[in-house]
Design a protein around this ligand. Structure first.
Ligand SMILES: NC(=O)c1ccc[n+]([C@@H]2O[C@H](COP(=O)([O-])OP(=O)(O)OC[C@H]3O[C@@H](n4cnc5c(N)ncnc54)[C@H](OP(=O)(O)O)[C@@H]3O)[C@@H](O)[C@H]2O)c1
Length: 258
C-alpha cells in the first residue's frame, strides 16, 4: 500500500515547513505549496532525505484563483490528498484606516478564501475514502478582536469557527478537522506583518516552529478539535471569556502599537 499524502500550504518555511517535516517523519508523502520555488525545493530535499516522496508546487495562494491553480497542479500530478494542512497565511500591523486595502484583501483571499476552497474541493474525496483530515492553522488571535491587526484576527476567528463546525459535520465519517492555534512563534511572520517594533513581540514569549508542529501533529493524529500549544497561550485563549471585551481590546491595541 502506498504512503498517505499530506498537502501543506505555506511549506517553504516557519510552521508549514515544520509541520511537513512532522508528517514526513510519520510516514507521509508530502506535497509542498508556497510561492518560493527555491525554498520549497530545499525543504523537499530535506524531506526526501528522511524517506518521503515529495512534490513541489510553486503557487500564489493570495489571489482569487490561487486554490484552483493548486488543485489543477495536483490533478496534473495525479495526486489524491489524504490530509490537507491549510497553513499559509500572513498578517499586517496597521489600523484599517491607514492600511493598504489591496494587501488586506489578499490576506482575506489567502487566510480565508483559499483555505475554504481547498477544504471544499478535497474533503469529498477524503469522506469517500473514509480517511484523512484537515488541519487548519488558526492562532490565539482567533479568540479575540485585534485592534491594529483587525483583519488578521477576524480571519483567524473565521478559521477557528469554520474548523469547529467542520469537526462536528465530519463526526463518524472517518475524517476529522482540527484547528492549531499557536501564540507568537519565531518565523517569517513578524517581518511579513511589519510588527517587529511592537510591545507584543517585546513582551511575549516566542515558541519555535518545531515545537508548535510537534504538539500540533500529535494532537491532530489523536483527532483533537482545537490545539493551543503552551500554557501561557492556553490562558490567553480562554481569558477573553472572563474579561470585558473593551478591556481586552484596550490591552491588545496597546500591545499592537509600534
Ligand atoms: N508566527 C506566529 O507568531 C504565528 C502565530 C499564530 C499563527 N500563525 C499562523 O501560522 C501560519 C504560518 O505562519 P508562519 O509563522 O510559519 O509564517 P512564515 O514563516 O511567514 O510562513 C508563511 C508561509 O506561508 C507562505 N505564503 C505566504 N504568502 C503566500 C502566498 N501568497 N501564496 C502561497 N503561500 C504563501 C510563505 O511562503 P512564500 O513566501 O514562499 O509564499 C510561507 O511558507 C500562518 O497562517 C500564520 O497566520 C503564526
Amino acid at each position: 500500500m502506498s504512503a498517505p499524502l499530506v498537502l501543506v500550504t505555506g511549506a517553504s518555511g516557519g510552521i508549514g515547513e515544520a509541520l511537513a517535516t512532522q508528517f514526513a517523519r510519520h510516514g507521509y508523502d508530502v506535497a509542498l505549496a508556497a510561492r518560493s520555488a527555491d525554498r520549497l525545493a530545499d525543504v523537499a530535499a530535506k524531506l526526501a532525505g528522511k524517506g518521503a516522496k515529495t512534490h513541489v508546487i510553486p503557487v500564489d495562494l493570495a489571489v482569487p484563483e490561487g486554490a484552483q491553480n493548486l488543485l489543477g497542479a495536483l490533478k496534473d500530478l495525479h495526486l489524491d490528498v489524504d490530509v490537507l494542512v491549510n497553513n499559509a497565511g500572513f498578517g499586517d500591523m496597521d489600523p484599517v484606516a491607514e492600511a493598504d486595502c489591496a494587501k488586506l484583501m489578499s490576506m482575506v483571499d489567502l487566510n480565508i478564501r483559499t483555505l475554504t476552497e481547498l477544504s471544499c474541493a478535497l474533503l469529498p474525496g477524503m469522506v469517500d475514502r473514509r480517511r484523512g483530515g484537515v488541519l487548519n492553522v488558526a492562532s490565539t488571535a482567533a479568540f479575540m478582536p485585534g485592534p491594529n491587526m483587525a483583519v488578521y484576527y477576524a480571519s483567524k476567528a473565521y478559521v477557528l469557527s469554520f474548523t469547529r463546525a467542520l469537526y462536528a459535520e465530519l463526526k463518524g465519517s472517518g475524517v476529522h478537522a482540527s484547528a492549531l492555534c499557536p501564540g507568537p512563534v519565531k518565523s517569517g511572520f513578524q517581518d511579513a506583518a511589519d510588527m517587529k517594533g511592537s510591545l507584543l513581540l517585546k513582551l511575549s514569549p516566542m515558541m519555535g516552529p518545531k515545537k508548535v508542529a510537534r504538539i500540533g501533529y500529535k494532537a491532530f493524529a489523536k483527532g483533537k478539535r482545537e490545539i493551543v500549544p503552551g500554557l501561557s497561550n492556553k490562558i490567553m485563549a480562554v481569558s477573553p471569556r472572563f474579561t470585558p471585551t473593551a478591556m481586552t481590546m484596550r490591552l491588545i491595541k496597546k500591545l499592537q502599537t509600534q
